[in-house]
Design a binder for this molecule. Structure first.
Ligand SMILES: Nc1nc2c(ncn2[C@@H]2O[C@H](COP(=O)(O)OP(=O)(O)O)[C@@H](O)[C@H]2O)c(=O)[nH]1
Ligand SMILES: [Mg+2]
Length: 283
């Protein structure tokens, strides 16, 4: 159900095998996740897949997320040999900090091996988190065409970065936690699942429910609402009225209303929003 990739058990096995093979050649793994949904955008067995390789977590799309939450997530995700860095691969934010972390690993490698072999790294993550964008940022290239095929394309090549470090040219595309329906929903909010397979009305209803609870002020401001109704459906009606999304016979155009809310959320127009909080309600 998730994304335009069909994750069959066979694909998952193949992906694992390929990544395991490439891991032997890399010193560091960069795991890219979506700062708006740091739980749902992680692969369920990432620790197992990357074994004990040093890891850097790129909390990407941090420009779209809640700054306060970014800081909390950074704390939560780092430690035990793993560093976390906030990145914005759309504009290049955080790349210097990320490079700084890589340099630390390079220094360690030099000391350990007693030579100056370049640091080798690979990027992994579930679809749509910004893996290709990060490759482009690190290499300074305009575009890396990466097909969304599970796993890593065979015939790997190393891209040499300006500082001499080497990056695997294609990222490891991991499967998401698709056994959890809530994860599917969160990935859909962020545009990681093709819209055709989900109902816009249902999706926007669920998103509005979360936004009304967690970011009521942003929601009211964006849609010029004086107050928020208790019922999310009523909120959708109020937004539709404000925007004039009304069809003949005074019927609400839920499709257009829903599409607008989803598009505006994904573009960051409602504000900086983190859907998954670092501190869980039931923590
Ligand atoms: N706002 C924002 N958009 C990003 C960022 N990183 C990537 N994107 C966008 O997210 C989408 C998916 O990025 P892509 O690199 O193709 O993800 P991949 O599937 O993991 O390779 C593209 O539209 C990118 O332009 C970021 O840090 N901020
Ligand atoms: Mg890609």
């Amino acid at each position: 159900m998730i994304d335009n990739i069909n994750w069959y058990p066979g694909h998952m096995k193949k992906t694992r095998e390929l990544i395991t093979e490439y891991l032997k050649a890399v010193d560091v793994v960069i795991e890219v996740i979506d700062a708006r949904i740091p739980r749902s955008s992680r692969n369920p067995i990432i620790d197992e897949i990357t074994a004990r390789k040093p890891r850097i977590i790129a909390l990407n799309k941090s420009d779209l997320a809640d700054e306060k939450e970014n800081a909390l997530w950074m704390k939560k995700l780092s430690g035990g040999g793993t560093a976390a860095v906030q990145t914005n691969c759309a504009l290049g934010g955080g790349i210097k900090t990320l490079t700084g972390e890589l340099i630390k690993h390079q220094t360690e490698k030099n000391e350990l091996k007693g030579n100056l072999k370049p640091l080798r790294m690979m990027i992994v993550g579930v679809p749509n988190v910004g893996k290709s964008s990060l490759i482009n940022r690190l290499t300074g290239k305009k575009s890396t065409q990466v097909g969304d095929k599970p796993g890593v394309t065979r015939g790997k090549q190393w891209l040499t970065l300006k500082n001499g470090m080497q990056l695997l040219d294609t990222p490891g595309i991991l499967w998401p936690k698709f056994e959890d329906p809530q994860v599917g929903l969160y990935l859909a909010f962020c545009g990681s699942i093709r819209d055709e397979i989900l109902d816009t009305g249902d999706l926007s209803f669920e998103l509005v429910k979360i936004l009304a609870a967690d970011y009521p002020d942003l929601l009211m401001k964006r849609y010029k609402l004086d107050s928020l109704a208790e019922d999310p459906l009523q909120i959708l009606d109020d937004i539709a009225l404000k925007r004039g999304f009304i069809m003949s016979g005074k019927r609400i155009d839920y499709e257009r209303t829903g599409r607008t809310i989803l598009d505006e959320f994904r573009a960051g127009m409602i504000g900086h929003i983190t859907l998954e909080k670092a501190v869980e309600q039931n923590d």
